[in-house]
Design a protein around this ligand. Structure first.
Ligand SMILES: [Zn+2]
Ligand SMILES: [Zn+2]
Ligand SMILES: [Zn+2]
Ligand SMILES: [Zn+2]
Length: 136
């Protein structure tokens, strides 16, 4: 009679990592890059925010679910990128918050994510990846 369900132990049902012990599977979608907490996933933690796992939802979806948001703000105008705000005309905001349609082709190639650390460093918006549309 071994219990196959211990609700007090928070572990990944996909890979078995023991979240209660701070373990997580590096390639596992249910672990999603953390155990019971992880750094902000929008900016790789540079904003300092910590997300907490929604354990039951993670189990139900077999995919990591988190409570938390990005605390990153524009260092020029103070707009809170984490709540999708940006300052009109602000070079560091660059017309978007954490994500915006590609500025090089007006979004024809899709969305681009902000590189928060680089934007802060240069006080000009930096966006990850590059435009894949041919320039004419
Ligand atoms: Zn896992
Ligand atoms: Zn963040
Ligand atoms: Zn700004
Ligand atoms: Zn583009």
């Amino acid at each position: 009679m071994s219990p196959d369900h211990d609700v007090q132990r928070f572990a990944c049902q996909s890979c078995g990592a023991d979240w209660s012990a701070g373990e997580f599977g590096a390639e596992c979608a249910e672990c999603g890059g953390g155990a019971l907490e992880r750094q902000c996933g929008f900016c790789d933690g540079v904003c300092g925010a910590v997300w907490k796992r929604r354990v039951i939802d993670s189990w139900d979806e077999a995919e990591a679910q988190w409570i938390g948001g990005c605390a990153a703000k524009c260092s020029s105008c103070g707009a809170r990128w984490g709540v999708m705000a940006h300052g009109p005309g602000c070079a560091e905001c660059g017309g978007g918050s954490l994500i915006r349609p590609c500025p090089d082709c007006d979004g024809a190639c899709g969305m681009r994510e902000r590189d928060v650390a680089a934007s802060w460093q240069h006080h000009v918006a930096h966006w990850r990846a590059t435009c894949n549309q041919p320039t004419s």
